[in-house]
Design a protein around this ligand. Structure first.
Ligand code: SF4
Length: 330
């Protein structure tokens, strides 16, 4: 399947993300890794992950999707956003592809099978820019009963979103701000497109969790957090988990302070005050457990990226039988 089409006489449009770059022969788009080669867009990172690890799924973060399981995680160089605070900037803002080792989709799936990983994550940089590779891996993985997880900025093209249905099983989307100017100026993205995409994932029944990196002075006002939480509640529902994670100075934002625990707790309180059932604080040394929204029983206990203990009775609270939203079985 191709994710490009001709544009006028001399260009091709890449249809992988909402930038829809119009690319001349021999040039690449904004991400630097999709190139017009002879009238076709070639994904230069296909087969060349720049990072390949086995993580705990909680690290993605996904808390309601196969909790406690291992996940084979891969990313490539390149990104379609230019976030000044990127925590993975060394690969996301790199465009030089290391071609010393080719991993076919089958190779990646074999690694997942050999390491007993029930799922594979496309993560570290924005996976939409390497969707042709992620898609082929995901289809190969399905043959082995292995699920696929996307960790994304939510800037997929309409074409990619249409295609992801029944291929990608879960997605964690960064909702980085609720300020359209901030999205445009600081991230080179578009808030409205991201919000529309998040709603599309929900309609397509892909399991969604939302993450907001709380960056001091940039997106941490009560007013902005209110808007983020209202969107989650009104458009996605109170059962969609919201991860609020701590920023550490990185890349170009070295002058900003790290997020304080107090600031995370303030965001947590705002989330809970709107009735969100699952608000989780991350990148700090303690992790928030999953608590039954009906009876308050602790259902999943996490120990900072080391161990997860689930007390769920299948997907139900063992104490009162309330159904907990998520994917809890392979
Ligand atoms: S993936 Fe996005 S940024 Fe990269 S070339 Fe395609 S449309 Fe442009």
């Amino acid at each position: 399947m191709n994710f490009y089409k001709p544009y006028k006489e001399t260009k091709m449009v890449c249809t992988l993300c909402q930038h829809y770059c119009k690319i001349k022969e021999g040039n690449t788009g904004i991400c630097g890794v999709n190139k017009n080669v002879g009238g076709a867009i070639e994904c230069l990172v296909y087969g060349y992950p720049s990072a390949l690890n086995i993580d705990r799924i909680e690290k993605k973060p996904l808390y309601h999707f196969l909790p406690g399981s291992k996940i084979l995680s891969l990313g490539t160089v390149g990104c379609d956003f230019k976030c000044s605070f990127c925590q993975n900037w060394d690969i996301s803002q790199e465009q030089k592809v290391d071609k010393s080792h080719y991993y076919s989709p089958k190779d990646i799936v074999k690694l997942a099978v050999d390491n007993e990983c029930p799922s594979i994550a496309y993560t570290y940089n924005e996976p939409t820019i390497f969707y042709p590779y992620a898609r082929d891996i995901a289809l190969e993985a399905k043959k082995e009963g292995i699920k696929s997880v996307y960790v994304s900025n939510g800037f997929e093209s309409n074409e990619v979103i249409e295609d992801m249905e029944n291929i990608i099983d879960a997605i964690n989307i960064d909702l980085k701000s609720f300020d359209p100017h901030y999205y445009k100026k600081n991230l080179r993205g578009n808030l409205d497109k991201v919000l529309e995409n998040i709603k599309s994932f929900k309609r397509k029944k892909i399991w969604i969790e939302i993450t907001t990196l709380i960056v001091p002075t940039q997106n941490d006002s009560d007013e902005e957090l209110d808007k983020i939480v209202s969107f989650i509640k009104n458009e996605l529902g109170v059962d969609v988990p919201w991860h609020i994670t701590a920023f550490h100075p990185d890349y170009k934002d070295l002058a900003l302070p790290p997020t304080s625990v107090e600031s995370l707790k303030r965001a947590y309180d705002i989330g809970k005050s709107y009735g969100l059932n699952y608000v989780y604080m991350g990148n700090i040394t303690h992790e928030t457990p999953t608590i039954c929204p009906s009876c308050g029983t602790v259902l999943i206990q996490r120990d900072y990226f080391k161990e997860t203990i689930s007390f769920l009775d299948h997907s139900k609270c063992f104490n009162c039988g309330t159904e907990i939203q998520g994917v809890f079985h392979e």
